[in-house]
Design a binder for this molecule. Structure first.
Ligand code: 5GP
Length: 112
């Protein structure tokens, strides 16, 4: 069954798109935890960080490039931000299609 993010990129479920290319897309998180909260998602359905393989290197690099570009374009790259990928239960992962959270625009609490 397609993940919720695949349904979003197939325009079966609405979302606010920020970016899209052949490999990745970015949307606004529906439940933002900071002033800016974006999700950068590969079109390939990779379930968790544990399932990333070497053949995904270009896609993963592209995800980081898109994330930093979005932070710059939205004016919070210099003030700072957090890039997070949750993995499995203890990591708090809810959607099993990897995604990079881009969180910024205000001071974030310490996480570790
Ligand atoms: P996770 O906990 O898996 O790392 O993060 C999943 C994220 O996806 C959450 O921050 C949640 O708010 C977001 N999310 C879940 N469903 C939707 C949706 O239908 N649309 C959007 N834009 N974000 C979603």
């Amino acid at each position: 069954m397609a993940s919720i993010f695949t349904k979003i990129v197939q325009r079966e479920i609405p979302a606010e798109f920020l970016y899209e290319d052949e490999q990745v897309f970015a949307i606004k998180d529906i439940n933002p935890v900071a002033t800016h909260h974006f999700l950068v998602i590969p079109k390939k359905e990779i379930a968790t960080a544990n399932d990333v393989s070497k053949e995904d290197s270009e896609t993963i690099a592209n995800m980081y490039a898109v994330a930093t570009r979005l932070a710059k374009d939205h004016g919070f790259a210099d003030s700072g931000y957090r890039l997070v990928m949750n993995c499995n239960e203890h990591g708090g992962q809810e959607v099993f299609h990897i995604h990079l959270h881009v969180i910024g625009g205000n001071q974030l609490g310490s996480m570790v």
